[in-house]
Ligand binder design. Structure first.
Ligand code: KG4
Ligand code: ZN
Length: 338
């Protein structure tokens, strides 16, 4: 059985063919980074126009690499939301067209659920219940997963997502877009204790996250210490800010673990590519004798293999709400997560 996944929720046009044993036959991701770089962030109108221009090419290339004919695809999975509405509609409409023409099931999936699913693509036996920490450019959320396809939202960011905070500070320091990978690289051999940042605290003791305070603190330090690329401790500043974000994530995770007592921890989303976060997340889990799972870097950032995998899982379990052609995209929130 061949599953074709399509993902266009933000600024990556992605398509992937997987088999029902979860083998990835092809995984094509066409990034729009170059288009948005000069703006320092994603321009929604440019993103959707670019998806329209490239979606056919990306799907054809993905089928070619998988050596599968489009008429042999057994089911389609597509991201329905959340994301940029114009971008989502391109992938959704394209998938609807294919499913309708070839009379094959169309399985809409949630982008956040798909990020979590990327762990199941590479690990057949994930011990549950798990706490999943999803850290991306658009979201920073923690979920409690009692069993497969069952997600309880425990906390989410009240302002910026972690990736967004990294991207914004990188933009301010003229490091280009997306800033996360540049910060990761610059921080690698630098001193994360050089500049002190506080720990964001929720006054109502909720499990929500907040990163705008750290961002403001970083901007103040940049002004006070005249931080620029020419500053002798520039990389140390970057490493300190990166560490402040990691510390905030893991401190929240500590409270979450104490409250929910999971048997494993999942880290996913684009920021899960960050080298220091990966190491510290694993150490965090080891210290508490918990199993930990992080997808390989390629599957952390937006891709369509995770979309196809989630569609397959829903198809197998018949947890499919519908196959309707009047399916609509949703920009915010989640449709299935309670
Ligand atoms: O999951 P993703 O591809 O898209 C969203 O759903 O948002 O995540 C993109 C985010 C961006 O903020 C980017 O800067 C960040 O992931 N990112 C990283 C790294 N690679 C990507 N952040 C830190 N370190 C990295 N190596
Ligand atoms: Zn994403």
């Amino acid at each position: 059985m061949y599953l074709l996944g399509i993902e266009t929720s933000c600024d990556e046009t992605a398509a992937s063919v997987i088999l029902d044993n979860l083998e990835i036959l092809s995984d094509v991701v066409l990034s729009q980074d170059e288009i948005h770089a000069s703006y320092g962030g994603v321009v929604p109108e440019l993103a959707s126009r670019q998806h329209i221009a490239t979606i056919s090419f990306v799907v054809e290339e993905c089928l070619r690499r998988a050596q599968v004919k489009v008429q042999d695809i057994d089911a389609y999975g597509v991201t329905q939301g959340p994301g940029l509405i114009g971008s989502l509609l391109v992938g959704l409409s394209y998938a609807k067209g294919l499913a309708y023409y070839f009379k094959k099931p169309l399985i809409p999936v949630d982008h956040l659920e798909a990020h979590i699913e990327s762990v199941f693509l590479e690990n057949r036996k994930v011990s549950l219940p798990a706490v999943a920490l999803l850290v991306s450019g658009g979201h920073t959320s923690a979920f409690f997963m009692k069993k497969r396809l069952d997600y309880q939202l425990l906390g989410k960011t009240r302002d910026d997502a972690a990736g967004e905070a990294l991207d914004k500070i990188a933009k301010f320091l003229e490091l280009g877009y997306p800033g996360g990978p540049v910060i990761d690289r610059l921080a690698e051999k630098a001193d994360p204790r050089a500049f002190r940042f506080g720990l964001p605290q929720m006054t109502d003791r909720s499990l929500d996250f907040s990163f705008s305070g750290l961002k403001t603190a970083a901007l103040m330090k940049i002004r006070e210490a005249k931080i620029s690329k020419k500053h002798p401790r520039f990389n140390d500043f970057i490493a300190s800010f990166e560490q402040a974000i990691i510390r905030a994530l893991l401190s929240n995770l500590d409270r979450t673990v104490k409250a929910y007592k999971p048997s494993s921890l999942i880290l996913c989303g684009g920021v899960a590519r960050n080298k220091k976060l990966r190491i510290q997340f694993e150490e965090f889990a080891q210290k508490r004798s918990l199993a930990s799972y992080i997808p390989s870097p390629k599957l952390c950032t937006d891709n369509a293999a995770m979309v196809a995998a989630l569609a397959l899982e829903k198809l197998k379990r018949q947890k499919i709400t519908s196959f309707p052609l009047d399916l609509n995209a949703y920009p915010r929130g989640t449709s299935y997560m309670k």
